[in-house]
Design a protein around this ligand. Structure first.
Ligand SMILES: *Cc1c(COP(=O)(O)O)cnc(C)c1O
Length: 404
């Protein structure tokens, strides 16, 4: 007899660091998912801003299947065609000259931070090691990246943590001016804070960071793991702001659902990562690279990027309409298809309660912190799915209001 896993098996067999919803999806197509009982859902969560082209997009499926029949993995003792094509495509489409491939966002940031430290060390000596990051920021779950991240709950109890890291206030240049000095090697920032509540940086803030970094010979690192890969309506958010970083990290939407990450930088900085200084067994994996290349070539087209902006407006109209009726949101914000709705005072701390109600109504959503409902759907979600999903979300919100 075939064994059918249940939600109870999660509690039985998995370490308890997650609390997944009760339903277990088993199949996906576009922006729809079906669970073990055959119930259908509209997906506004997108695997946390990962499934950039929805589920099982035919172009990605074909890239994966074609590569699966050819070659999966070699390690970095050899290079491979998909990895080289992906690196070339990223260089041609961005500010970067050089690419480091890995398997996740945390790893891409770990590489970025190590690169910044090593660059400063080799060019200015070992005292230049200070990293400035921002409160509420999120950069991954390795010990270095949780220490750099601005949410202490993620590093508490895991000490001793790496040193030389200070935190300023996001969108507050004065708080950065107070901390930056000639011993600063890097500022790392999300152009739009994701986990921290979907908070876009202001134009002046990013421009000011660029200027401060230039003045103090520090590197500007943009963590675009969540904000990038078409989600802002441009390939990366830095393009929308017109502020160019020295190092950029990508993951999440980059693979459209296949684990892959990338760190992009300039030749002059990259050159300190000489033979043997850093690495990853899976980095540049052929399957991952083949899928990421297909995703990149599909996303970075005028049709898809312009569609992101149109869909943003449609989501926003729905959220505003719902809010006019129920008054649950204080603010609706975000860029492209990364949208946050901050709960109003009456519903403070209760964004999480929407999620199971939404699932019962047939729509999957996310939160970003206790006060923000977050939507990170496919960049090509059909408009009919937006409309239907928002009707379902409205029913969930009506129930939240009734429960209050
Ligand atoms: C999700 C995220 C990460 C971590 O990515 P993983 O793939 O989970 O390691 C890093 N930075 C930002 C901004 C993210 O949203």
């Amino acid at each position: 007899m075939a064994y059918t896993p249940s939600r109870e098996d999660f509690d039985r067999y998995m370490v308890p660091n997650y609390a997944p919803q009760k339903t277990i999806p088993v199949r996906g197509e576009g922006s729809r998912l079906w669970d073990q009982e055959g119930r259908e859902y509209i997906d506004f969560a997108g695997g946390i801003a990962v499934n950039s082209l929805g589920h099982c997009h035919p172009v990605l499926v074909q890239a994966l299947k074609e590569q699966a029949d050819k070659l999966w993995h070699l390690s970095n003792i050899y290079t491979n065609e998909p990895a080289l094509k992906l690196a070339k495509a990223l260089v041609e489409r961005t500010f970067a000259d050089k690419v480091y491939l890995c398997s996740s966002g945390g790893e891409a940031n770990e590489a970025a931070l190590k690169l910044a430290r090593r660059w400063a060390h080799d060019n200015y000596g070992e005292r230049k090691a200070k990293i400035i990051s921002f409160r509420q920021s999120f950069h991954g779950r390795t010990l270095f990246t949780v220490s750099v991240g601005g949410q202490p709950k993620y590093s508490q109890g895991f000490g001793p943590v790496p040193g030389g890291i200070v935190h300023a206030e996001f969108n507050n240049l004065d708080s950065v001016r107070e901390l930056i000095d000639d011993e600063t090697c890097a500022i790392i920032v999300e152009p739009m804070q994701g986990e921290g509540g979907i908070v876009p940086a202001t134009q002046e803030f990013l421009e000011g960071l660029r200027e401060l970094c230039d003045r103090h010979n520090a590197l500007l690192v943009f963590d675009e793991v969540q904000s990038g890969m078409g989600r802002p309506g441009t390939l990366f958010a830095y393009m929308r702001y017109g502020v160019t970083p020295d190092i950029l990290t990508s993951a999440k939407s980059l693979g459209g659902g296949f684990p892959v990450g990338a760190m992009l930088t300039k030749e002059d900085i990259a050159k300190v990562l000489v033979l043997g200084t850093h690495g990853s067994t899976y980095g540049g994996n052929a399957l991952a690279s083949a899928v990421a290349l297909a995703a990149l070539e599909t996303i970075d087209t005028p049709e898809v990027l312009e569609g992101v902006q149109r869909r943003h407006e449609r989501f926003r109209e729905h959220l505003e309409r719902i809010n006019a009726k129920y008054g649950v949101f204080r603010e609706i914000r975000g860029m492209g298809l990364l949208i946050g709705a901050q709960m109003s005072a009456d519903y403070e701390g209760r964004a999480r309660e929407i999620l199971p109600l939404a699932i019962e109504e047939g729509v999957m959503a996310l939160i970003a912190g206790p006060d923000v409902l977050r939507l990170a759907p496919s960049l090509v979600i059909p408009e009919a799915d937006i409309d239907e999903g928002m009707q379902r979300l409205e029913r969930a919100i009506a129930r939240l209001v009734d429960n209050a």
